[in-house]
Ligand binder design. Structure first.
Ligand code: GLN
Length: 447
């Protein structure tokens, strides 16, 4: 079925950078046998899944949607890929994304834009836009994305699908090409909350190959979905509803608060004073880490190398100039600047201190509330081309998602309505660290 949809829609949507039809059919047959003889017993055995192109699959080109990795073929699987294979899922292809996951629209990809299946003139969001568009178009049932500052939650909102960013350390980052290592997490994208819970149960868990991976025992997410939400306490940061929030998104958001109250939950507003510092702190920290992580792409060890150059330094310079796109270069420059001597204290260190203050406010909020509610984005999916004109405006659109990464918190987006043009709107539920169960409980009851 999914390959029929791919054939019918991929020309227009362009969610994939690569598909593995033949192998997927062969694998599906093998898994079918495995189900019959008891090798695969899990609920997702035989289910097709698409993988964001910054997650390594052995023997498959992994480009991060960048020219600099156009011919990079990893020799190993990311930990999540091994886990999917052990559970019998069928990997059907690699999805498009913003180059190195830097962006909010999937337009910074070096291999063409992905379009929003709800309206092809609009972006799918980003950076996991390919994964979310593929699920929305029926071109897969499940997908993996990565989320550094909203890259699963925001495109899930724009595409009307469900996506979760787990607590930092829940899913192994081994084999995920690093953007900002202290913020990156891999997470599921699916049609509903139950699908995401089942997929997260497969990919979550300690991995000795990732030193930031946590040992957790509370990974039975599906169990929490039977609960009602009577008496659950929800908090809404009132600063999140101030200017800049599109009226239609606000209306859908307020309607959701009403439904939750009708279901017996308590919804309260509270003040989050650090809201205005979230975007600057995020972009300083994320760019700083990116500038360091992307040093390794120098034309020597991986992928692309410039054709003509004179000497080693010139080779580095030309390779990186030709290999990286505009947005990636902007982040490398910003990151190198805030880490350079003389500016380190003024910017990077200050951003780290700000992050600690933000974390403190979230801790206070979670002493009162089980779950915090926020829009996933201030607006619905922008038209193609609009966001590239003004990167700063695009950065500001990340206001509701980035603090979750700075604080390592889990966050889920579920659809909560549509605007007048028929574009989906999502609501974001944010939990305390290691409290995914609260998110699954609330999101499942609401959806
Ligand atoms: N839009 C944000 C950025 O460009 C988030 C991206 C992400 O989560 N990978 O950094």
């Amino acid at each position: 079925y999914v390959f029929d949809q791919i054939e019918a829609k991929e020309d227009k949507v362009h969610a994939y950078l690569d598909t593995y039809k033949k192998e997927a059919y062969a694998r599906a047959k093998e898994v079918q046998k495995g189900i019959e003889d008891g090798t695969y017993t899990g609920p997702l055995a035989g289910v097709p899944i698409a993988i964001k192109d910054n997650i390594c699959i052995k023997g498959k080109t992994t480009t991060c949607a960048s020219k600099i990795l156009e011919n990079f073929v990893p020799q190993y699987n990311a930990e999540v890929i091994d886990r999917l294979e052990q559970a019998g899922l069928v990997i059907i292809g690699k999805t498009n994304m913003d180059e190195f996951a830097m962006g909010s629209t999937t337009e910074t990809s070096a291999y063409g834009v992905t379009r929003n299946p709800w309206d092809l003139e609009h972006v799918p969001g980003g950076s996991s836009g390919g994964s979310c568009a593929a699920v929305a178009a029926g071109e897969t049932y499940l997908a993996l994305g990565s989320d550094t500052g909203g890259s699963i939650r925001q495109p899930s909102s724009y595409c009307g699908v469900t996506g979760i960013k787990p607590t930092y350390g829940t899913v192994s980052r081994y084999g995920l090409v690093a953007y900002a290592s202290s913020l990156d997490q891999i997470g599921p994208v699916g049609k509903d909350v139950a699908d995401c819970a089942a997929l997260l149960e497969i990919i979550a868990g300690h991995d000795a190959k990732d030193s930031t991976s946590m040992k957790r025992e509370d990974l039975d997410f599906s169990a929490s979905m039977t609960d009602k939400i009577v008496g659950m306490k929800f908090g809404v940061p009132k600063e999140y509803l101030s200017e800049g929030l599109n009226p239609e998104v606000k209306e859908a958001f307020m309607n959701t608060l009403k439904s939750l109250t009708e279901m017996g939950a308590v919804v309260e507003f509270f003040s989050m004073k650090t809201t205005e510092y979230m975007i600057p702190a995020y972009y300083i920290i994320a760019s700083a880490e990116a500038s360091s992580n992307l040093e390794r792409f120098d034309g020597v060890k991986y992928g692309f190398r410039a054709k003509e150059y004179e000497g080693l330094h010139d080779m580095y310079k030309k390779t990186r100039t030709e290999g990286f796109g505009e947005e990636v270069k902007r982040r490398i420059m910003l990151g190198s600047f805030v880490l350079s001597s003389g500016y380190y204290d003024a910017y990077y260190l200050k951003a780290l201190r700000t992050k600690a203050l933000i974390k403190k406010e979230f801790d206070q909020a979670f002493s009162k509330y089980d779950v915090l509610l926020a829009p996933a984005s201030p607006f619905t999916a922008p038209k193609l081309g609009e966001s590239l004109k003004d990167p700063l405006a695009m950065y500001l659109g990340d206001i509701y998602t980035v603090a979750v990464n700075l604080c390592g918190l889990p966050g889920i987006t579920v659809p909560c309505g549509k605007d007048a043009a028929g574009l989906p709107i999502g609501i974001q539920m944010i939990g305390d660290c290691f409290k995914e169960n609260n998110l699954f409980r609330a999101a499942h009851a609401y959806e």
